[in-house]
Design a protein around this ligand. Structure first.
Ligand code: FES
Length: 159
């Protein structure tokens, strides 16, 4: 969902305050980028430029970090991020078929967001709960030991 101008201004102000209180700590870039990601849900070029200017570093350095770590996103994500684990244990237990069903149900590809801004599909590496393989996560809700027939019902809970 798009932010109102007031919400955006408030978040920009919160980021500016966070930068002021964190720019002199050891290794300030990651925590500041994490704060920006948390506030806006993604890192726009404008946000990365603000961070770079505040820390007196090239924007290419911020961009490099943003594209290296999967915790950062350069595009807005949906309200619900559906992550299908494609780590080895989940893959062996049929994760690809689960992912294919999510793609089919939502009508978008991995990395894309539905036009109503509701869902984004991501594939992810091992989530550390291999005993539940194959695993799917919607925001913080974990679903395990899935079969293809489970997918539709899970997604419907969030529609
Ligand atoms: S491989 Fe999927 S949770 Fe570990």
């Amino acid at each position: 969902m798009a932010l109102t101008k007031e919400q955006l201004d408030n978040k920009q102000m919160e980021l500016a305050e966070y930068i002021v209180t964190h720019k002199d700590i050891d290794g300030p870039l990651m925590p500041i980028m994490q704060k920006a990601q948390e506030l806006f849900g993604f890192l726009s070029m404008e946000t990365m430029t603000t961070i770079a200017d505040s820390l007196n570093i090239p924007v290419s350095e911020v961009y490099g970090v943003a594209t290296f770590y999967s915790q950062f996103s350069l595009t807005p994500k949906g309200e619900k991020v559906v992550s299908v684990c494609t780590g080895t244990a989940c893959y062996v237990k049929g994760a690809q078929a689960i992912l294919d069903e999510v793609i089919k149900q939502l009508g978008i590809e991995v990395g894309q967001t539905t036009s109503d801004g509701k869902f984004t599909i991501m594939d992810t590496r091992c989530l550390g709960c291999c005993g539940l393989a194959p695993v799917l996560v919607v925001n913080e809700d974990v679903y395990g030991r899935l079969v293809i027939a489970d997918v539709k019902g899970i997604l419907n809970k969030y529609r």
